[in-house]
Design a protein around this ligand. Structure first.
Ligand SMILES: Nc1ncnc2c1ncn2[C@@H]1O[C@H](COP(=O)(O)OP(=O)(O)OP(=O)(O)O)[C@@H](O)[C@H]1O
Length: 219
């Protein structure tokens, strides 16, 4: 499904980051760990097509990112990728359900996989352990842990092919982390989807079939 080859990225005031190559198949669950600042978020942003490639290439189902205009890449991301951002990127004044619905707003193909939007929002909210009563509440009134689940529901709605999750459990205690990961993995369709999660928390490794430790890559 996904292949990265020779990726490098250089922010204006920083060192060049050189990434290990990644190959990901449908059904695969990849955990990326590594020290703070080693480039995990940068790699997810490149895979999401949110950062422009500087060196190397990314192929998604055989389609080369470097052949797509930024407009096409934006649509490609909306159609194929659900992204749980480290900074969550929720719209604070919109309600929980409105934020979750944004996940399919810009993609006809993801929208078409949801037969009843309201029902699907309710299903995701309850499967991720949020109270149904929270649906109408502006998302800014929730705790950070609750907001992380809203961000997860927005990424999961419409079953995108690839889920990118950047530290999605950082605000959760260890019991809630386990519950959250069980729920995410339960909604995951191993015939169609793949997941890349970035985390500092080595204890979540058993939820994944592949672990890449960036610390070893840079050692
Ligand atoms: N917008 C930016 N401008 C300049 N430098 C940046 C920018 N974003 C990230 N960097 C730098 O690039 C490096 C990689 O950052 P990145 O956020 O990808 O690391 P990370 O492994 O995800 O870190 P963390 O685990 O703390 O989230 C860091 O040295 C960071 O300071």
């Amino acid at each position: 499904m996904l292949e990265t080859l020779g990726l490098e990225y250089h922010y204006q005031q920083g060192k060049k980051i050189v990434f290990p190559d990644i190959g990901l198949k449908r059904g695969q669950r990849l955990l990326i760990s590594g020290f703070s600042g080693c480039g995990k978020t940068t790699l997810l942003s490149l895979i999401a097509g949110a950062l422009k490639l500087q060196a190397g290439d990314i192929k998604f189902d055989g389609i080369n990112y470097s052949t797509m205009s930024s407009l096409l890449l934006d649509q490609f991301r909306a159609d194929h990728i659900g992204y749980i951002f480290q900074t969550l990127n929720l719209i604070p004044f919109l309600s929980v359900s409105e934020n979750i619905a944004l996940g399919v707003r810009f993609s006809q193909s993801r929208k078409s996989k949801v037969s009843n939007l309201n029902q699907e929002v309710v299903r995701l909210v309850s499967s991720l352990g949020l109270e149904r009563e929270a649906l109408k509440i502006p998302v800014s009134r929730l705790s950070v842990g609750q907001q992380q689940r809203v961000a997860a529901a927005r990424a999961l709605i419409g079953k995108p092919d690839l889920i990118l999750a950047d530290e999605p459990t950082s605000a959760l205690d260890s019991d809630t982390t386990k519950k959250f990961l069980n729920e995410v993995m339960e909604t995951f369709d191993s015939n169609k989807q793949a997941i890349i999660m970035v985390s500092h928390d080595a204890s979540i490794a058993p939820y994944f079939d592949t672990v890449i430790d960036f610390n070893k890559h840079y050692a």
